[in-house]
Ligand binder design. Structure first.
Ligand code: UT7
Length: 328
């Protein structure tokens, strides 16, 4: 089994129709387009309607990825959905997707690693495929952070957007596939980015709702510092595990939370701007959906061709971080 690699053979994305611009946010909280643009790089983001949930985007992205891979839902052995905003506590989004696309042979589960979810998912899929347990895996990164955002808190509500991305991974021989994944976490710093209410520690009740503790609480500056430090380290570790160097990379796809974080990571890694994929101006931070949507766009716009080496690197609540090296 050792010569089998987990190869991405199809991708897809899905986004809400509704666009929320910086000008729209100026009418909602005390902020300016100028502040948001210069401090984050974000110009607009997509926001789910009240009728839409996380699985709706996951299902659309999954169908596109299946078409792209020319696979049928019945080919899928396992569905992994990376999300921190499931439709409900249970069933998992994985099972909702399995039913919607008719993947009746597949086992299904969710994976929780916030914004690092998709990279954690790549490591999980790689392990299942290389062990020989499964041959075809549908891996989805999907979140609707707008549903857990405090729309009165200007320090967080300008940052996030909704969406989903999906990848079909298949066991294949040859050079192409996931070469390495490095993962890290630091639960001792979980306080700097969390949703304290609405879980089993503080179940949903009037107090939770009134205090808005069921929404995102973040110490932006601390998260910023930890993100830069750990994305740089993860990137270096993943390259070392793959026995490659920066020069071997065609493109690096970082988590898209803040353009200043991305630029800072690239500078410390000594990577030129034209080797860094950026789409956060259109979408903001879509949590687990971010890196897979960026990968889908990079591949379909011709930035990535067969044989190219791509790096995904992410950071999120937990704290969690990770990087993956993929030969396309
Ligand atoms: O995926 C991981 C999740 N999150 C992240 O990676 C986010 C990491 N953090 C960041 O991206 C940045 O820390 C932010 C974009 C959140 C904030 O940028 P900052 O440069 O760290 O700003 P700050 O928090 O130091 O705030 C500077 C000022 C403050 O005013 P005073 O105290 O200097 O008067 C804030 O109150 O900017 C104010 N401010 C705003 N002003 C206008 C905060 N949010 C806004 C806003 N509009 N939306």
């Amino acid at each position: 089994m050792a010569d089998l690699k987990a190869r991405i053979i199809g991708t897809g994305k899905a986004l809400p129709q509704k666009i929320l611009t910086n000008a729209d946010l100026e009418k909602m909280v005390q902020t300016t387009d100028e502040w948001i643009r210069t401090r984050t790089g974000i110009l607009e983001r997509r926001i789910a309607s009240s009728a839409e949930a996380t699985s709706d985007f996951a299902v659309t992205a999954a169908r596109i990825a299946l078409d792209n891979a020319k696979f049928s839902p019945l080919d899928i052995d396992l569905i992994i959905v990376c999300t921190c905003t499931p439709d409900m506590l249970f069933p998992s989004v994985g099972c909702i997707v399995q039913s919607a696309i008719g993947a009746s042979r597949a086992a299904a589960m969710d994976l929780s690693a916030a914004c690092s979810g998709f990279v954690y998912g790549l490591a999980t899929a790689k392990s299942f495929i290389e062990s020989g347990m499964y041959k075809v895996i549908l891996l989805i990164g999907t979140d609707t952070l707008s549903k857990i955002t405090n729309w009165e808190d200007r320090s967080t509500c300008v940052l996030f957007g909704d969406g989903a991305g999906a990848a079909i991974l298949s066991a294949q021989k040859g050079e192409s596939g996931i070469l390495s994944v490095y993962l890290g976490s630091d639960g001792t710093r979980s306080d700097i980015l969390k949703v304290p209410g609405g879980g089993s520690r503080a179940p949903l009740c009037a107090d939770v709702l009134n205090s808005k503790s069921h929404t995102i609480h973040m110490d932006g500056q601390e998260v910023y510092k930890m993100a830069v430090e750990n994305m740089v380290a993860a990137s270096q570790q993943a390259l070392a595990l793959a026995h490659l160097t920066q020069e071997d990379l065609k493109i690096i796809i970082p988590h898209q939370a803040n353009l200043r974080i991305i630029n800072s990571v690239a500078k410390r890694l000594n990577i030129k701007e034209d080797k860094v994929f950026v789409n956060l101006q259109k979408y903001g931070n879509m949590s687990a959906a971010t890196t897979i949507i960026a990968l889908d766009e990079a591949q379909k716009s011709g930035v990535i061709s067969q044989g190219d080496v791509v790096e995904l690197v992410a950071f999120g609540a937990g704290l969690t971080w990770g990087a993956a090296i993929i030969r396309w």
